[in-house]
Design a protein around this ligand. Structure first.
Ligand code: GCO
Length: 468
């Protein structure tokens, strides 16, 4: 059986500035918090950051050509804030703006519609030094950046994402300390939580004033969670994690009300809000971008944050040790739509598997094809169930810099030799191209039964989600 999608369905791939660009300090750009964190906390040499990896800042034309070869009708990328506004004087850097200007024009030349993410985690370091998102002035800093980018690009970019995965950079960056800026500071995180919420809503209002910004949304990582056992402790632990992970931001924006879980997390640091702020929060958006990779089983642990932790994942696993569970994508879409009633894009979905090119230059990444097909299948089911899913962006276009894992996890549809920058379209890239062009039947090696042929394990049937 083949899958069917609406004619105007968007097929894209996604990247982000710090993960692909390289050359972070040239043409007037300043270091970002991720640049400094990578060098100082992760011990990644600046030489690797600037001159290995994808070097998209240099190779961008070739990369657009590859997007075209894959038949994608859209491309999601992010703009590097420290390239655009590098200094304390807050003046725009014209070379930084030119880079994205040329990129957008080149995309249009191939009829590829740009989807632009304004903030995908790379904050200018000089702003981080002034307290970053915890400083109430961060809202103004961000809006100035938003306006600067929109002034230059709004006439040619129809789809805008204000912020990518606020929960991730808040939780991993400011509570767990394992992402930039590397704090374990609830007070800092609590102030940031409020400022990020406000910054998004104010940015939506500003973007609305540009006629061509027809679609404005937010990207959030959404995971279904399920308790590991039926015990009351596990079920309640699961509910807390679900509320924290999935609702912390979206409920606040949707309802103009701060969810109860915020005070459990931030305790005495929980920010205060006045009625005007709560009203501003509810600025309507056009879509929610769902970033979906995996799901989690949760168990009670009295010593853990929120007295909950994730139970060990079960195979099949990707190289990230993330459990492959395509049905979870459907569950996430269904939950988002039932709760927030917006249109939806999948703004990221993908898997890390390492496959190197063979002598003949072929990259036979069959497990990625398997992963993609099974997730696209869930998209098709979601659409036939009436969920307004408008498009799918694979993560990622290119193998790239995977945050704390640096260059050691490969998510791309295109293989990148990080020393030479040679690009090779993987078989998954060709599969996706053919799928977009109408070849939507199940590939031969994606078996129709429930046995995963690569790892010999049984696919999970529909897990009974208690919390989502
Ligand atoms: C994120 C980011 C991406 C990651 C991807 C794989 O969602 O964490 O948007 O930058 O690379 O999710 O981890």
């Amino acid at each position: 059986m083949s899958l069917s999608f609406p004619d105007n369905f968007i097929y894209g791939a996604a990247t982000s500035s710090f993960q692909i660009e390289g050359s972070y300090l040239i043409d007037g750009a300043a270091p970002s918090n991720w640049y400094n964190f990578s060098v100082n906390n992760l011990g990644i040499p600046s030489e690797v950051l600037n001159h290995k990896g994808c070097k998209h800042y240099i190779n961008w034309k070739n990369d657009v050509q590859l997007i075209h070869e894959l038949s994608l009708n859209s491309y999601r990328f992010s703009v590097s804030w420290p390239r655009i506004i590098p200094d304390k004087d807050q003046l725009p850097n014209s070379k930084g703006l030119d880079f994205y200007d040329h990129l957008v024009d080149e995309l249009h030349r191939f009829n590829i519609s740009p989807m632009l993410t304004l903030f995908h985690w790379d904050l200018p370091q000089h702003l981080e030094d002034q307290g970053g998102w915890a400083n109430p002035e961060s809202i103004e800093w961000y809006l100035h950046f938003v306006e600067t980018v929109a002034d230059r690009l709004a006439d040619r970019v129809p789809a805008w994402i204000t912020i990518n995965e606020p929960w991730v950079f808040l939780h991993l960056g400011m509570i767990k300390g394992i992402h930039a800026p590397g704090y374990k500071d609830l007070k800092h995180a609590a102030s940031s939580y409020k400022n990020i919420l406000m910054a998004h809503s104010e940015a939506v209002r500003i973007l609305r004033s540009y006629n061509n910004c027809s679609e404005i949304g937010i990207s959030c990582n959404i995971s279904p969670f399920t308790p590991e056992t039926d015990s009351r402790e596990d079920v309640e632990a699961c509910q807390r994690i679900h509320d924290y992970h999935n609702k912390l931001f979206l409920d606040a924006w949707h309802k103009g009300d701060i969810p109860e879980i915020a005070s459990q997390v931030f305790g005495k640091h929980t920010p205060k809000w006045n009625s005007e702020e709560l009203r501003i929060l509810q600025e309507p958006i056009d879509f929610i971008g769902v970033n979906y990779y995996t799901f989690f089983r949760v168990r009670y642990d009295p010593h853990a944050f929120l007295q909950a932790r994730s139970a060990p994942p079960r195979p099949p696993l990707t190289d990230m040790k993330w459990e492959v569970y395509p049905r979870g994508l459907f569950k996430a879409l269904e939950w988002i739509y039932n709760r927030y009633h917006t249109e939806i894009y999948i703004t990221e979905n993908g898997c890390a598997y390492t496959y190197e090119p063979s002598n003949s230059g072929e990259v036979t990444d069959n497990r990625r094809i398997d992963y993609m097909y099974r997730h696209l299948e869930q998209c098709s089911m979601a659409i036939s169930n009436g969920i307004p899913l408008k498009g799918y962006y694979a993560w990622s276009l290119l193998d790239n810099f995977e945050w704390t894992f640096a260059l050691n996890k490969r998510f791309g549809l295109i293989h990148v030799d990080f020393d030479t920058q040679k690009r090779t379209i993987k078989n998954s890239g060709y599969f996706y191209r053919d799928f977009i062009n109408g070849k939507t039947e199940k590939p031969d090696h994606v078996r129709s039964d429930v046995i995963n042929q690569y790892e010999g394990v049984v696919w999970h049937d529909d897990i009974n989600f208690r919390a989502i």
